[in-house]
Design a protein around this ligand. Structure first.
Ligand code: OXD
Ligand code: MN
Length: 644
């Protein structure tokens, strides 16, 4: 691709001289250096976007600029650059599918290095009880951020191309959509953002001179590199830092090229900054899938469900119901933006355009629709490869010939008896949502879909029933605040500890968790709040085996939930909430032998311990910011349990 840009940023006096001298395809920065615009039309950018690019160039000092248009031809060019750099490899078994293996030091989100920058600490995090380390977010002062930023970004793109990536989170033109512009020095981000967002020229249509979210991203390895390049994946784990500056509508991310650290529309805008905007504007930005379920009578309801990372959101969002005559359709698998409409109905959009799903465990058995979705136009990261150019990961054993030769995510020969996983547990597919065979017809409806139920859940091996319903909105908010789950590989945590993950948002809160609960409580005065439920697909019996078959059988639970939303008398009260009356979860044609009684037992000792632990957690972590309504909920729960 030759030089396409023939424009100037006109803000510097010397620029005119260059223009006259026929150097119009360059951007002059700080009156010192000329930067070639190798792709795109700088004059099509608004004054504010140009200024942002100009500032980014003068800070990061890239060799040239590529303004992304989002076209197919451009994508081919980007893939070609990555192929030549050894960053991606074609998977010849499929159409337009690519494999990336990262530096093994850059494989997941890094919560401990992710910050929200506000003058007051308490705006971002509750002040924990003395002597306790806060776990519901990381705060940084603007002064510290200036220092950290200053130690990293100056000159960080030397020798590299700076890509200017405009994107829209949400369908273009939706009143809920938000525009961002990301400056990045890795083509992997460009190719991935094209899948995950509405990227390119179209994102800027209608922006005019309005503000946009400013996203600055660098892998933190100016050329020549000072350390060894591992797997052709430049990154700088020792200096990684992801920061959000709400006052400036800005995000800056340094050192990591991976997923949520680098695709800044996802967790950074849609959840962290998104939750702040949502609080200020009176709506909700949540870590939730959105699905539509239609029963055999043709009644369709939409639900939004929050589960911690890697707990099966993608599987649930596009499940094949085992119950005859039911249909599930997917609106989104990770993020929901929900707002009351003029009639007071809660409506949700999925701000994303793709799925960045965890690969291991995904198969034709567990999620056939995901498997069909990823057959083309997909970027796989840190999965294993078969000798015929296909993908492989834990869960695909049965679908892969036993004599296939497999190369693991380190690029090394791998065998099934090696005792090590072939794919990284947090390996991912990045694939366009529109390819999903069960994508909902309304998934891009700018007004969003009406939400009838909100579901919370986590991996709870003990004590927590298959499903229960909150007594009311306040109790439902309490259920969200009390979400706990076994740790997974999506972040840097180790082992199977049960961790608090309130609202499945702990890694993604943009502001103080105590204020966040208050905001949820306030939704009751804004419109008709949906019913709230809690589910647990992961309860184990004494032998350590899962008690519920899960996957397509979860439709039985969804069916019970939507029947409750239609007002059916199929629930009974227990100390923790309403549970299904015996026999009201439809078990017809279920092949497995399920211990339904066992799935709903409420061991008193377990719940007493749960309440004590929750009290301790809230006291230690939320401290003075705990809303009184939530303390009342906890006290009432303790009281009900004491009478069990
Ligand atoms: C994700 C996550 O990538 O939650 O969606 O980690
Ligand atoms: Mn997620």
């Amino acid at each position: 691709m030759g030089l396409i840009g023939h424009q100037l940023l006109r803000s510097y006096p010397l620029l005119q001289a260059f223009a006259k001298a026929g150097m119009a395809n360059r951007l002059l920065v700080q009156n010192v250096r000329c930067i070639t615009v190798i792709h795109g039309d700088i004059n099509k950018l608004s004054v504010k976007v140009k200024k942002f690019v100009e500032d980014g160039v003068s800070l990061c000092k890239p060799d040239n600029i590529h303004i992304v248009d989002g076209s197919d031809a451009e994508n081919e060019h980007i893939i070609d650059i990555m192929t030549k750099a050894g960053m991606v490899k074609k998977l010849k078994k499929y159409e337009n599918c690519w494999l990336t293996l990262t530096d093994p030091a850059d494989v997941a989100r890094v919560e401990s290095k992710t910050f929200v920058v506000t003058p007051a600490q308490r705006a971002t995090v509750p002040i924990p009880k003395e002597g306790v380390k806060g776990t519901v977010g990381n705060w940084m002062s603007p002064e510290n951020w200036e220092k950290e930023h200053g130690e990293r970004f100056p000159g960080c793109m030397k020798g590299r191309t700076m890509y200017v990536v405009p994107f829209s989170m949400g369908p273009i033109g939706s009143p809920l959509a938000k525009v961002g512009v990301q400056l990045t020095d890795t083509p992997y981000v460009v190719a991935s953002m094209r899948i995950m967002t509405r990227m390119g020229e179209k994102a800027l249509q209608g922006l005019g001179d309005s503000d946009f979210v400013k996203c600055l991203h660098s892998v933190g390895q100016p050329l020549p590199m000072s350390t060894n390049l591992v797997n052709n994946w430049p990154c700088n784990p020792a200096k990684t830092i992801v920061s959000h500056i709400p006052a400036k509508n800005e995000i800056s991310s340094f050192g990591s090229g991976y997923g949520g650290n680098s695709l800044l529309g996802k967790k950074c805008i849609s959840l962290r900054l998104g939750s702040i905007i949502a609080r200020d504007e009176g709506w909700l930005a949540e870590h939730m899938l959105i699905l539509g379920i239609t029963n055999p009578k043709g009644v369709k309801k939409y639900v939004a469900a929050a589960f911690p990372s890697a707990c099966g959101k993608t599987n649930l969002a596009m499940m094949e119901p085992s119950m005859p005559g039911f249909k599930v359709e997917c609106v989104g698998d990770d993020i929901a933006w929900m707002k009351f409409d003029g009639e007071g109905r809660l409506r949700a959009i999925n701000p994303e355009a793709g799925f960045f799903g965890v690969a291991p465990g995904t198969s034709l058995d567990t999620n056939p629709n995901a498997m069909y979705t990823i057959e083309k136009n997909t970027i796989f990261t840190n999965v294993a490869e078969t000798n015929d150019g296909g993908v492989y990961w834990e869960g695909l054993e049965k679908f892969t010939p036993s004599d296939a030769t497999i190369t693991d995510w380190h690029g090394k020969p791998w065998s099934r008896d090696s005792g090590k996983p072939s794919a990284h547990p947090n390996s991912r597919f990045c694939t366009p949502a529109r390819q999903c065979p069960v994508i909902d017809p309304a998934w891009e409806d700018p007004k969003g879909v009406p939400i009838d139920a909100i579901i919370f859940g986590g991996r709870r091996p003990e004590g927590v029933p298959l499903v229960y319903e909150a007594f009311n909105w306040q109790h439902g908010v309490f259920l969200g605040a009390a979400v706990k789950s076994e740790a997974t590989a999506a972040a840097e945590h180790k082992g199977k500890v049960i961790m608090h993950d309130p609202f499945a948002m702990r890694p993604f809160f943009g502001y103080n968790f105590g204020h966040y609960m208050k905001h949820w409580l306030s939704m009751e005065s804004r419109g008709q709040t949906p019913k709230i439920f809690h589910v647990n697909w992961f309860r184990k019996n004494d032998a350590g085996k899962f008690m519920w078959p899960g996957f397509g059988e979860n439709s039985r639970v969804l069916d019970w939930i939507i029947r409750r939303c239609s007002g059916e008398d199929i629930a009974m009260e227990t100390p923790i909430g309403y549970v299904p009356k015996p026999g009201t979860i439809d078990m017809s044609s279920l092949k497995d032998d399920v211990d339904m009684e066992g799935l709903f037992t409420l061991p008193k000792k377990f719940w007493q311990a749960e309440v004590a632990e929750l009290r301790n957690y809230f006291e230690e972590q939320v401290n003075d910011d705990m809303p009184v309504e939530m303390n009342n909920q906890l006290n009432s729960l303790a009281e009900r349990i004491s009478k069990m």
